[in-house]
Write a protein that binds this ligand. Structure first.
Ligand code: TXA
Ligand code: MG
Length: 350
C-alpha cells in the first residue's frame, strides 16, 4: 500500500465536505485514523466485522484485545449496550461526551470480534468535534483502538499515526495535537462494585465524586488469566518505547539525585541516555550528551499528560538505549501518567 492520504480538518469547526469524504471510506469498510480529545483512534464501522478485522490487521493487534465503541448519541448507547445500571448512567451523564469509557453488557448488534468474544462492550462518547461529526456522518458507531502499532506509545498527533501506520492504512485525519494526551479512564460497571480498570483523562477524584464506591484494585478472586481477559489492555508492557525505561518513585529530591547518578553511570558505560523530567528539574540535568525531555511544570499535570507520549517517541527516535523517568505523583492526571510510565517500564521501577 502507498503512503496514507492526510486530510487536514478544522478541530473546532470540522468542514462537512471533508467529514463526508472520510465517512464514505468508513462506510466502504476501510479503517480511518481520526483525532479524539485523548489520543488518535483507528476507526472502523463497529457493526461490520470485516471492517473491524482490518483494524486489527493494520495495528498488528492481537485478536484477544477488545476495542472501544465510540458513539455520538444516547440512542447509539442503547444499540450497543443493555442492562445499564443506575451508577453507569450517572457516570455517563456526568462525563459524556468526554474521556470516560464504560464497560457494559453488550447487545447482539456488536459483532464478537469488536469485544474479543467477551459478553461486555466498552463504550465511549468522545467530546472531540471531529470524532463526533464523523460518527454522526457515518450513522453507525465507530470501533476504534488507539491508532498506534501494538506496543508503541499512543499517538497524539497525525505525524505519530503516520510513523506507525502510514503504509498500512489509506486515510489519516489531521486535526492537530490531541488536547488531553492520555487515553480515557475505563470503568467496569458490570460487576457488583464499580472498578476503575484504567486511570485516564477523567481523574479518580472526579469519578469518585459521582460514584464514591469506585474501586481501583483488581477483583481479589480473579486469577491473572481472568484478569487479563477482563481488561486485556491491562497487560503490562502495553505502552512500550523501544528503549529500556526505568521509572523512579519516591521522594522528589532523593529521586532526582538518584536519576542523576544513574545517568552519569550509564553515560560512563557508553550508553545513550534519555531523561524524562519536569521543567523544574532542568538545572539538575545540565549534563553533556544526555537527551532531555522536560515535559512541563510539575504543577501543570494536564500539560505533562499532553506531552508524555510525544516525549517517549522523541527519546526513541533520538536512539536512547535507556530512558530514566521521574514520577509526577498520584493526584489528578498524575495517576494516569504514572500508570503509562509503569507499563512502559514493564517492572523496571526504582
Ligand atoms: O481514549 C481512548 O480510550 C482511546 C481513544 C481512541 O478513544 N482509545 C483507546 O483504545 O485507548 P485502546 O484499544 O488502546 O484501549 C482500550 C482499552 C483497553 O485497555 C481494553 O482492554 C479495554 O479498553 N477494553 C475494551 N473492551 C473491554 C471490555 N469489554 N472489558 C474490559 N476492558 C475492555
Ligand atoms: Mg492502545
Amino acid at each position: 500500500m502507498s503512503q496514507a492520504e492526510i486530510l487536514v480538518i478544522d478541530p473546532v469547526t470540522p468542514e462537512p465536505d471533508k467529514i463526508a469524504y472520510a465517512a464514505a471510506l468508513l462506510r466502504a469498510g476501510q479503517p480511518v485514523a481520526f483525532p479524539t480529545e485523548t489520543v488518535y483512534g483507528l476507526g472502523a464501522n463497529a457493526l461490520d466485522p470485516a471492517a473491524v478485522e482490518r483494524v486489527f490487521a493494520a495495528k498488528k493487534r492481537p485478536a484477544h484485545d477488545p476495542m472501544i465503541v465510540h458513539i455520538a448519541g444516547w440512542e447509539q448507547l442503547l444499540e450497543a449496550a443493555a442492562d445499564i445500571s443506575p451508577q453507569a448512567e450517572r457516570l455517563a451523564r456526568a462525563f459524556w461526551p468526554g474521556p470516560l469509557t464504560l464497560i457494559l453488557r453488550k447487545t447482539g448488534a456488536i459483532p464478537p470480534n469488536v469485544t474479543a468474544g467477551l459478553d461486555t462492550v466498552a463504550v465511549r462518547m468522545p467530546a472531540h468535534p471531529i470524532a463526533q461529526a464523523l460518527i454522526v456522518a457515518c450513522g453507525f458507531p465507530i470501533a476504534a483502538p488507539s491508532a498506534n502499532l501494538f506496543a508503541r506509545p499512543s499517538p497524539t498527533t497525525a505525524a505519530h499515526v503516520l510513523e506507525d501506520l502510514g503504509e498500512r492504512i489509506e486515510l489519516v485525519i489531521d486535526g492537530g495535537p490531541t488536547p488531553i494526551g492520555v487515553e480515557s479512564s475505563v470503568v467496569d460497571t458490570t460487576r457488583q462494585s464499580l472498578q476503575l480498570l484504567r486511570p485516564g483523562g477523567i481523574s479518580l477524584e472526579a469519578l469518585k465524586a459521582i460514584v464514591p464506591g469506585l474501586g481501583t484494585t483488581p477483583h481479589p478472586a480473579a486469577t491473572d488469566e481472568t484478569r487479563a481477559q477482563r481488561s486485556p489492555g491491562q497487560l503490562s508492557k502495553h505502552y512500550a518505547p523501544r528503549a529500556r525505561l526505568v521509572l523512579f518513585n519516591g521522594a522528589e529530591a532523593a529521586t532526582l539525585e538518584h536519576m542523576r547518578q544513574q545517568a552519569l553511570e550509564l553515560l560512563a558505560e557508553g550508553q545513550r541516555v534519555g531523561v524524562l523530567i519536569a521543567n523544574e528539574d532542568l538545572p539538575a540535568f545540565d549534563l553533556p550528551a544526555v537527551h532531555i525531555q522536560a515535559i512541563g511544570s510539575k504543577h501543570d499535570l494536564p500539560g505533562v499528560a499532553r506531552a508524555l507520549f510525544a516525549a517517549l517517541r522523541k527519546l526513541d527516535s533520538a536512539g536512547a538505549d535507556v530512558i530514566l523517568a521521574r514520577n509526577f505523583g498520584p493526584d489528578g492526571l498524575g495517576l494516569a501518567i504514572q500508570d503509562r510510565l509503569r507499563r512502559a517500564a514493564g517492572g523496571n521501577i526504582t
